[in-house]
Ligand binder design. Structure first.
Ligand SMILES: Cc1cc2nc3c(=O)[nH]c(=O)nc-3n(C[C@H](O)[C@H](O)[C@H](O)COP(=O)(O)OP(=O)(O)OC[C@H]3O[C@@H](n4cnc5c(N)ncnc54)[C@H](O)[C@@H]3O)c2cc1C
Length: 427
């Protein structure tokens, strides 16, 4: 399985942290898991092999192959649903078919048996000799970048179980109280930032469920948070039942949409140089920290697919490459949702206006100023659309459009209309 840039960075530090908690006894191997794991299990005379199921098609296939090899060696497999709240085939319609819409999925999930309680970690773990043949060092896995572009990510994150558990504890004790009201405001620090820990199993969704007391009579903040966490399970269910959505638009009509090939604008989007401040702030947050606020993920994805009319798969690939929480199921579902091509998707003709969204959710421009410092002296009234500011105001703020900060790479109104026209052509 291939990993992407931000994910490799996380994996490296996550493994280092795991090694530390195992007193330096973690052993690493590099190569084909379907060969290495069965060989190793036989070599150390394992009485069973345990793992948590991952539901990406490539992982399912490799698990099956490992399972077969171990069966030949008479070594039983014990696999668990530790990465999700419920097994993806558990929350289905009465007739057994999968949900395609989130609301009824959530309703059924919340009415189902509560997710299994997490169990405490074992007090001790017998570790086989570090000489087990063929092992490699963490450095030999080559997960860190050769060119050190990771300073911002390093400053933003501490991977590992200990840090993840602390993040969960402090979120429940503090930020959760403001979650429902403020979660859409990117400069308000109220989100849990648990996504990479959940992806890497450093925090289990079942621990989250317990920690927030989900399923009991709770308050609006908790309910909202639970509904977000359950989106993860929905994404996993969609991946398992509709794996073709990784590469294909689900909506048959929109399969016919002609996307634009525009390498220049794609690069402007990737580098946060579109000239639309909220979009640039988001894309720079992604590049610098390996993360982007959820509301801004929606805006930047909408800008790419609806204003620039660039294929959602191109955007999804870029996100997977940069995000420390890159998750094939969740990323695919959300990109198809924003693009309007997915099964439970915003209608294609609903185009976010990034300027209005910016005025609504980043009123004073604090988020923009944090990631687009060249606009930090522009008054709040103009920061969302600096091209509308009188030249005197721009001069006083030290901004020269086209020189110190780009002019918009596209006309927002005309491009939104062009997207609608392209959509109507698919009929
Ligand atoms: C275009 C796009 C791409 C995305 N790609 C990813 C991705 O690759 N990996 C990823 O983990 N999330 C992705 N998301 C979902 C969401 O933006 C992140 O999960 C969230 O921003 C992570 O921050 P948090 O942990 O502070 O979230 P919180 O708001 O604190 O939410 C708690 C948890 O709920 C889950 N969650 C929240 N929102 C969503 C959602 N919309 N869909 C599914 N699960 C959700 C996450 O596991 C998250 O950690 C994407 C969203 C969009 C719009």
């Amino acid at each position: 399985m291939s990993y992407w840039g931000g994910s490799k960075w996380w994996l490296h530090h996550s493994l280092a942290s795991l090694n530390q908690s195992l007193n330096g006894k973690l052993q690493l191997f590099k190569g084909d898991a379907t060969l290495i794991i069965p060989q190793l299990a036989v070599a150390v005379k394992a009485t069973a092999v345990h793992w948590n199921r991952c539901y990406e098609p490539a992982f399912l296939a490799s698990d099956e192959a490992i399972d077969k090899q171990l069966a030949k060696a008479d070594i039983p497999v014990r696999d668990f649903e530790g990465t999700v709240l419920w097994e993806p085939t558990r929350i289905v319609k009465k007739d057994g078919s999968p949900f395609k819409v989130y609301k009824p999925f959530l309703k059924t999930a919340l009415a189902a048996d509560a997710p299994k309680k997490p169990i405490a970690k074992p007090r001790s773990l017998p570790v086989v000799s570090p000489q087990a043949s063929g092992g490699v060092t963490l450095a030999e896995l080559g997960l860190l970048p050769k060119i050190p572009w990771d300073a911002g990510i390093k400053a933003s994150w501490t991977p590992g179980e200990m840090a993840g558990q602390e993040m969960l504890r402090s979120f429940v004790a503090g930020k959760l109280e403001h979650y429902g009201q403020e979660r859409d405001f990117p400069s308000h620090d109220v989100l849990s930032r648990l996504s990479p820990y959940l992806h890497y199993g450093e925090v289990s969704p079942k621990q989250v469920w317990q920690a927030i007391g989900a399923g009991k009579k709770t308050d609006d903040n908790r309910e909202k948070f639970v509904s977000e966490v359950c989106w993860r399970d929905f994404a996993c269910s969609v991946l398992v039942h509709f794996p073709e959505t990784i590469t294909q638009s689900y909506n048959a009509r929109l399969k016919k949409l002609t996307w634009r090939q525009d390498a220049t604008r794609l690069k402007q989007w990737q580098q946060g140089q579109t000239g639309i401040p909220i979009v640039d702030a988001g894309m720079r947050q992604l590049w610098q920290t390996g993360y982007m606020h959820n509301r801004v993920r929606m805006l930047t994805a909408s800008f790419l697919t609806k204003n620039l009319l660039i294929d959602w798969r191109t955007g999804a690939d870029w996100f997977l490459d940069c995000l420390v929480d890159a998750d094939l199921a969740v990323n695919t579902l959300n990109w198809q949702w924003v693009a309007g091509t997915g099964l439970d998707a915003a209608p294609f003709f609903r185009v976010f206006n990034p300027v209005l969204q910016s005025k609504k959710y980043d009123l004073n421009g604090d988020y923009i100023k944090a990631f687009v410092p060249e606009l930090r002296h522009v008054p709040g009234k103009y920061i969302h659309e600096p091209w509308s500011a009188p030249s005197k105001v721009l001069a006083e703020a030290g901004v020269e459009l086209g020189k110190t900060y780009p002019t918009p790479c596209i006309d927002l109104k005309a491009s939104a209309q062009a997207a609608l026209d392209a959509y109507h052509k698919t009929a």
